[in-house]
Ligand binder design. Structure first.
Ligand SMILES: NC(=O)c1ccc[n+]([C@@H]2O[C@H](COP(=O)([O-])OP(=O)(O)OC[C@H]3O[C@@H](n4cnc5c(N)ncnc54)[C@H](OP(=O)(O)O)[C@@H]3O)[C@@H](O)[C@H]2O)c1
Length: 295
């Protein structure tokens, strides 16, 4: 069993981005600049946004964190995004999800200028991805593809079972794995909460991507010997022995599943750091594309 170590791979990706960003800066061209919007004070969202801002600093990007009270109106939020869209200094915009219930996520995502949509959630980005055109790929599936590439995990002709069909993880993941690309060409089964025979499907899978958000859902009796298991899930489970009062648990029962696998990602330290690295890659690409377009 080989561990797919997101910490090691993301560190290598970040170092490559740092070097490229430094060259760009020394050439006097630009410093990539990410704007992150955080609405409210959800604990997990705070942690994610703080990590993204820290990542920017580590690779030499500028970042701006805009924080708004949970009571902000949708109109005000859309006005703030419009300002960022028009601000030539900003290359990438992300809005940390979830948003408070009175704000329509779709309206917010659709208001981001597609050329600054570094989360890749805008319909234009998703449409371009489906058509295999250059675009921003949602950071989590993008990070997973980078991980498969780094470890040269064979995917061609394999049966991949993706559990979960969200717009941000499962659905784009199923598309990326099925495309005619070096780390695609899988035959993909996309599962969700209405799937009847999930265990049987998983037992047929050469690759399982677990992205359903249910702690330790995938157990050893669901995994074929030699399978590749990618664990996207992050659930906070109360743990008094931790200073924070919780620990992070994936969607896979790691200890019993790992011995059956050819490759497996840990939680934490697997997909999470890769997601962050992929966001930096998208931001760098946004900066380059805007530079080339003279913006
Ligand atoms: N590591 C990272 O960087 C990263 C990034 C993003 C998300 N995550 C984590 O990944 C997990 C999934 O996130 P998400 O945003 O995609 O979640 P989500 O929007 O809640 O979607 C969950 C998906 O799982 C499906 N599902 C739920 N219970 C199921 C069951 N018993 N059997 C089969 N399918 C089931 C749902 O089916 P229906 O569509 O039928 O409801 C849905 O499609 C969460 O734990 C999240 O925290 C991690």
């Amino acid at each position: 069993m080989q561990l797919l170590d997101g910490k090691i791979v993301s560190a290598a990706i970040k170092e490559a981005i740092r070097q490229e960003a430094e060259i760009l800066r020394l050439q006097g061209k630009k410093t990539p600049h990410l704007a992150a919007i955080l609405v409210g004070n959800d604990g997990a969202s705070e942690t994610y946004v703080a990590a993204k801002v820290k990542d920017c600093a580590e690779v030499g990007f500028d970042s701006t964190l805009l924080r708004f009270d949970a009571a902000i109106s949708q109109k005000n939020l859309l006005d703030q995004i419009a300002l960022l869209n028009d601000n030539p200094a900003i290359d990438g915009i992300l809005v940390q999800l979830p948003l408070p219930r009175h704000i329509e996520e779709e309206a917010v995502i659709n208001s981001i200028a597609p050329e600054k949509d570094v989360d890749g959630f805008h319909p234009v980005s998703l449409g371009r991805m489906v058509n295999n055109l250059p675009t921003f790929i949602p950071a989590t599936p993008y990070g997973i593809m980078l991980m498969l590439e780094h470890y040269q995990v064979p995917t061609r002709g394999k049966h991949a079972v993706v559990i979960g069909r969200s717009h941000i993880v499962g659905t784009p993941m199923s598309i990326l794995l099925s495309r005619n690309t070096p780390y695609g060409n899988c035959t993909v089964t996309l599962c969700h909460s209405h799937t009847h025979n999930l265990k049987e499907l998983c037992l047929q899978a050469d690759i399982i991507v677990a992205a359903l958000g249910k702690a330790e859902f995938v157990t050893a009796d669901m995994v074929k010997s030699g399978a590749v298991v990618i664990d996207v899930g992050i659930t906070r489970v109360a743990d008094d022995s931790k200073k924070s009062g919780f620990r992070l648990v994936g969607d896979v029962k790691f200890d019993e599943v790992a011995p059956r696998c050819s490759f497996i990602t840990p939680v934490p330290g697997g997909v999470g750091p890769m997601t962050r690295a992929a966001l930096l890659k998208n931001t760098f690409h946004a900066a380059i594309a805007r530079l080339e377009a003279g913006r």
